[in-house]
Ligand binder design. Sequence first.
Ligand SMILES: NC(=O)C1=CN([C@@H]2O[C@H](COP(=O)(O)OP(=O)(O)OC[C@H]3O[C@@H](n4cnc5c(N)ncnc54)[C@H](O)[C@@H]3O)[C@@H](O)[C@H]2O)C=CC1
Ligand SMILES: O=C([O-])CC(=O)C(=O)O
Length: 332
Amino acid sequence: MGCVKVEDGSALSRGDCRAKGGAPGFKVAIVGAAGGIGQPLAMLMKMNPLVSVLHLYDVVNAPGVTADISHMDTGAVVRGFLGQPQLESALTGIDLVIIPAGVPRKPGMTRDDLFKINAGIAIVNLISNPVNSTVPIAAEVFKKAGTYDPKRLLGVTTLDVVRANTFVVSTSQTSLEVDVPVVGGHAGVTILPLLSQVKPPCSFTKEETEYLTNRIQNGGTEVVEAKAGAGSATLSMAYAAVKFADACLRGLRGDAGVIECAFVASEVLCSSLIGVNVVLKPSSELLVRLGRGGAEEIYQLGPLNEYERVGLEKAKMELAASIQKGVSFIKK
Ligand SMILES: NC(=O)C1=CN([C@@H]2O[C@H](COP(=O)(O)OP(=O)(O)OC[C@H]3O[C@@H](n4cnc5c(N)ncnc54)[C@H](O)[C@@H]3O)[C@@H](O)[C@H]2O)C=CC1
Ligand SMILES: O=C([O-])CC(=O)C(=O)O
């Protein structure tokens, strides 16, 4: 057995290795693959049986990460791409692009402080913060290029759901797995957990509801402070990103009823971008345009209690400002 070397002209083709003979699957690119999120994300995607080709792009250290990941004896072919001249090759023919590129927070910063630094690099489906503004920026970039399809541009908010599930289980002291819908955006009060809609149903006291909502909204800051200057969430984020990417790939594959929360364009609440639950379903149209997964159907929010209705109004106000900030940045 040897590895199959792919002569694609990539500067990093030594990293090309299909360890198990190459099962069919999807082509995934990670932009920012050498970073704190990017590296564990690359490792976990290399372990995903739905992935046949994994492109790892970064402006630094892509060769090392590629060589390292490519030694894993799982099916996906790994290719590395370094620097802007190789970006186009990294993205050509790809089904799903995951972007954890950018600078993480330090203690005392808000996600919005990252705006000036990261806004210039946001392009596709996004983890890069501030998600509430980078997704609208990406939307405007696509509009300018005449390629905008709101179904294909998804801000990744899965970490809020992952945290909500974890905190609810520990608060209600249940060993059951729970599913907590979290809507809105991905910063502070824009993160709105719908604790009245947890599945299986859980009931919380007023104090528990306030504690949980607060902790979920400030989960990112909890990690930033604990890391004390060494960055923000990377491992739990990589886990969350893989959960979401896997859902997109299952949607692309044709699985029915794949439901996730994401930050997408929607008119459920207002005629702008707001995070909602989306159903990821297959669609030939989506497969045709670079084959990326998309949000086929957007759910209504369902019945909210008074606490959630108040939270939603706060979320909408802040979201509208963050969305506008992104749009103005790119239109300058
Ligand atoms: N959506 C979410 O729930 C979360 C989002 N984040 C955000 O994810 C982003 C990345 O965080 P970390 O991985 O911790 O940062 P990091 O600094 O460890 O890694 C970022 C990587 O992006 C690369 N990069 C920078 N500019 C690039 C460009 N133009 N093209 C390609 N790659 C580029 C860097 O070289 C670096 O390898 C931050 O903006 C952070 O705030 C972090 C946690 C959760
Ligand atoms: O808080 C941050 O800066 C990183 C992030 O988005 C999160 O952990 O939710």
